[in-house]
Design a protein around this ligand. Structure first.
Ligand code: PAN
Ligand code: ZN
Length: 191
């Protein structure tokens, strides 16, 4: 349900984003997801555990943001940085989520790297849209979304979405996505 009655007044501001590295020096929120946070998401749990043991539970992806009020009318924005790698045959991905306020959309502008935005609906639709530098992906309302890095450098995107959207991770943790993106014989396959 959208709350349309509270929109806090704030003053305008600007901040810098390094379009090469995705660095946002003024960011005050830094969310870090490590390999151990991804338990239950990949097909090959043993391969995930091997990575956790071998590389001291490495960083999987990071989100940088300088928050605004989480209210109708404001726009939240962030840098999402997904590191490259595979768990077994499966390329690294973000957990993925629906927005809690499901009628909210999101824009991802890819700044660096390559991969896909995997999207699904509750009605069983699933789409994989290519992400590469300069490509904008529009995630419509009602679509769960997960970034997948099929390259060898971090996949970095600038994201913008209604600030009241919120995140629902539970449904994806339970149901996953109908499709997975894997490497078979040195080729990217969407299966
Ligand atoms: C993004 C994502 C970010 C991390 O900012 O939150 O890429 O992915 P997960 O949230 O799936 O862990 C976004 O879609 N915000 O709504
Ligand atoms: Zn989102």
């Amino acid at each position: 349900m959208m709350t349309k009655n509270i929109t806090t007044f704030i003053n305008p501001f600007s901040l810098g984003i390094d379009l090469e590295t995705g660095n946002m020096p003024q960011a005050t929120n830094h969310l870090v997801r490590r390999a151990s946070d991804m338990k239950g998401y990949y097909m090959n749990e043993d391969a995930l555990q091997e990575l956790i043991n071998r590389d001291a539970n490495p960083i999987h992806y990071e989100v940088f943001e300088f928050p605004v009020p989480e209210e109708y009318g404001h726009l939240m924005y962030c840098i999402s940085k997904l590191h490259p790698g595979k768990i077994g045959e499966e390329y690294f991905f973000t957990k993925g989520h629906y927005h809690k306020v499901e009628q909210t959309a999101e824009i991802y502008l890819c700044l660096k790297g390559e991969g896909y935005m995997l999207m699904k609906t509750n009605e069983g639709k699933c789409e994989a849209v290519r992400m590469e530098r300069g490509q904008m992906v529009y995630v419509p309302p009602y679509w769960a979304h997960r970034s997948v890095n099929t390259g060898v450098i971090p996949l970095i995107s600038f994201c913008v979405y209604p600030a009241e959207a919120g995140h629902n991770y539970g449904d994806i943790l339970e149901q996953g996505f109908p499709r997975r993106i894997v490497e078979i014989e040195n080729t990217v396959r969407i299966i």
